[in-house]
Design a protein around this ligand. Structure first.
Ligand SMILES: [Zn+2]
Length: 194
């Protein structure tokens, strides 16, 4: 039996800050995401500033499922296994309740206000990532969006093989332009009030 898709309008946090509207194309193949029937992922990294109430977008992109799968094929077996173990361990520790969404009370902003893995509030993190799965102009909740805080990002990076890290850095440079330090400088003026 096919699972029914549960959809929401795209929350502002998942829109492109550079374009000030939802992402329209896959960063790799240029596919029209809003009109294709293919799922896609949006990933954004934010940086916060201690003592200030704003955050800046370090980088952001949307990628279609086809390109994302190709990218994952570049991951080493070992890295894939390590990431799966990381997730499994988390689920075992926390119980499946932590990943259950009650639609009657679900509030996407609240859901995205803390690290999925560590529960650290985003306001207390110097850097964090948001990822979500989409189709057309909707967020798909079957694979819930999540905030990945700096600490969890570091832990995961350590689980990746050097080969996989090199592949990922290559991807960033090729499709997202200069390394984060530079793009942050470029986009630094674009601040989002929270
Ligand atoms: Zn693509």
């Amino acid at each position: 039996m096919e699972q029914q898709e549960i959809k929401l309008d795209i929350p502002p946090i998942f829109q492109s800050d550079a374009e000030e509207k939802p992402f329209e194309t896959c960063v790799v193949c240029g596919k029209d995401l809003l009109h294709s029937q293919e799922n896609y992922m949006v990933e954004k990294v934010f940086k916060t500033y201690e003592g200030h109430d704003f955050k800046s977008t370090v980088f952001e992109f949307a990628i279609c499922t086809t390109c994302h799968q190709k990218m994952q094929e570049g991951m080493s077996e070992e890295s894939m296994q390590n990431m799966q173990n990381y997730y499994q361990q988390f689920i075992q520790q926390r119980g499946s309740d932590s990943i259950m969404i009650d639609l009657r009370t679900f509030d996407v902003n609240q859901w995205l206000s803390k690290c999925f893995f560590k529960s650290t509030p985003v306001s207390e993190m110097k850097e964090y990532q948001v990822v979500g799965m989409f189709k057309g102009d909707k967020l798909i909740l079957n694979q819930p969006p999540m905030v990945i805080g700096y600490q969890a990002m570091e832990e995961m990076a350590e689980l990746l093989s050097k080969q996989t890290r090199d592949e990922m850095n290559g991807f960033r440079e090729k499709f997202l332009g200069p390394p984060p330090e530079f793009s942050e400088f470029i986009y630094g003026k674009k601040l989002i009030m929270v």
